[in-house]
Each structure stands twice: as C-alpha cells, then as structure tokens.
Ligand binder design. Sequence first.
Ligand code: UT7
Length: 351
Amino acid sequence: MDLAMDTAPGLPPRIDAVPDAGPTAAAPGRVRALLAGIGGYLPETVVTNDELARSIETSDAWIRERTGIAQRHLAQPHETCAFMATRAAAAALADAGTTAAEVDAILLATATPDEAFPATALRVQAALGAGGFGFDLSAACSGFVYALSMADSLIRCGQARGVLVIGSEVYSRILNWQDRNTCVLFGDGAGAVFLRAGQGTGSGADRGILSTHLHADGTLGDILYVDGAVGQPERSGHLVMQGKEVFRHAVVRLAEAVEEALAANGLDRRDVDWLVPHQANQRIIDAIRKRLDLPPERVVLTVARHANTSAASVPLALADAHARGLLRPGQLVLLEALGGGLTWGSALVRL
Ligand code: UT7
C-alpha cells in the first residue's frame, strides 16, 4: 500500500507550497530544508498477534498490553528493502508534485539492505531514474532521524537542493521467529520524504527543518544488536535484545532529546502540534508524551498497526498522518527515535 498514492483522488493538501529559493550563495537569510513531500509503502501481508500465537507461545493480550501492537505488515520475497524504498520514494516525489529530475541525493537508512553493495540507495536511484549521488546509512531505529540530519546539512551547505530521505526495513529477515521476546515486536515497511532547499530567516518561525540532534553511546552496543552480517563467516545474524534495558534507556534518552530540541529553538512544548515518535512500544511513547505534557490527540500513533519498523517507523508514521489529512502548513512536528548502537536523536520540523 502506497500511503500517499492511495489517498488519491481526495489527496490532503500538499505541504510543498514554499517557493524555490534561488541560488543558495546569493540568497539572504538562511537556507532551510523544506519538507516538500511524504510517502510510504507497507507490504500487503498483514499478520495479527493471534496468527503469531499459533506458532510461538504468546498471546494477543500479552503483546497488546506490553507493547500496544495488534498487527504488523510482513514482506513477501519480492518486497525487498530496495523495492519498498522505491515505492515510498516515488510516493514522496509525487506528493511533492515533482519528479526524479529534482533529486540531487538519496540517503537511505536501513539495517536490512538488499546487498552489501551497491548501496540500496543506488538501486532506488536506478529504479527512479534519478541522478546525483546516494548512500546507505546504518543507525538502526534512529536511521531516519540520522539521515534527515545529514540531508539537512547537505542542503544547508549548498551541496544538494533536492534530497530523498528514506527509511526502509525488512526486519522479518533478521528476526529469530522462535524468540518470542523479539519476533512479536517488529514489522516491515518503508517511508520517505523529499526535502527541497528553501529560504528562511533563521528563526523558529521558519518552515523546514529547524534543528536535528544526534546522539550515540557505543558502550551500550550489546543491549540491542544483530549477531552477524555479511562480513561474518556463515552468520547473517538475528536480532538480539535486552528489552528491559532498552526500554529504560529509551524513556530517559528520548525525554532528554525532545527537551533538547525545544530548548535549542527557544520553543515551548505547547508549540508542538505533532509528536511523531519512533513506534517501538506504546508505553515508551506514553512516557515521552507525559513528559512533554502533550494531549494524546497530538501524538501520531501507528505502533498498533505497523509494529516497530525500525528506520521506517518515523517516516511511515509521518506518511500515515499525512494520508489522514492531519498535517497542515506551518505546524510544528517533533520527531524522535532510539535504536541499536545505542543511537538516538530528534528533529524539529515546521511543515
Ligand atoms: O526499536 C528499538 C527500541 N526497542 C524498544 O524500544 C523495545 C524496548 N523494550 C520493550 O518494549 C519491552 O521491554 C518489551 C516489550 C520487549 C518487553 O516488555 P517487558 O514489560 O519489559 O517484559 P519482560 O521482558 O519483563 O518480560 C516479562 C515476561 C517474561 O516472563 P517471566 O520471565 O516474567 O516469566 C517473558 O518471558 O513476559 C515474557 N514474555 C512473553 N510472554 C508472552 C516475553 N515475550 C513474550 C511474548 N509473549 N511475546
């Protein structure tokens, strides 16, 4: 399902109505990376908790109560990282009312690429018929926020004017389907945004990416990891997680990250129109929401339907909100994510 495409003909209003800025060097003020288009792709196959409970010792009640997850989309063999990323990216370009000709760079966040190389980003480039350059980025569930930050830098320094930022994951292929501690938590999918250079003043009232903050602590690498890769002899690897430890860090680190983002921009939590959190666990999201004192209706939630799609989780949640017509020009959106590494970070974006 292409989220942005599937909404036609009653498409929600586009959020790309900011005029082209002209040459970066000559323009006064400050270059901003504007969120011009959003798209998503979810595999057709949906697997409910009850269906999982037929093959492992778990229950719909346990999964819902501990995580908020009710179902997940799982990829069929043809739905690879590149396939889903291409569909999501095409939807984001269509949503922006543009074509691959405007793409200068493709940044693809994934831990589940099609091949060790070329970068899956370049499979997407070829499929779209885009030019420019591209690369994959590995930061687990924080991958999209990391990629968004890199894309923002590329645009602000004038190295690119149109950038596709994609998160695409097929975690179903790195899960141990006998391990109930992990396999019930994840799903597959892809989300993408198209960023376009625009003009701002440097204030928090600007449209576009206002700030990104990235963090990592490599000493915590062993609480969430995949125990193999193509560089390991005969070990492609399975995801391993100390759930409670990750949960504890997520609540603390993400609360710090959202407060850091607001403070850096001189903005207040009451200014936030939408919190678009990493969709790992409803209880983690609730903790962050309460810390920000946000009403539940200002939090975009997809965890029940998508489960944790890692680097695709935040852009898929954005695409879902967009397809439902929730996003309006001028609104302030706070994105956050935490994942293996540990990695975590935030992005504050005015639509
Ligand atoms: O995207 C990266 C970020 N990832 C996350 O943020 C995940 C963070 N962690 C979590 O979301 C939670 O820690 C989990 C959902 C993974 C686990 O929730 P919990 O409340 O921390 O449960 P627990 O690990 O303490 O397990 C409680 C019990 C255990 O049984 P005993 O030892 O108390 O008898 C588990 O064996 O629940 C058992 N259990 C299950 N039972 C039924 C674990 N998984 C399942 C399951 N079905 N699928």
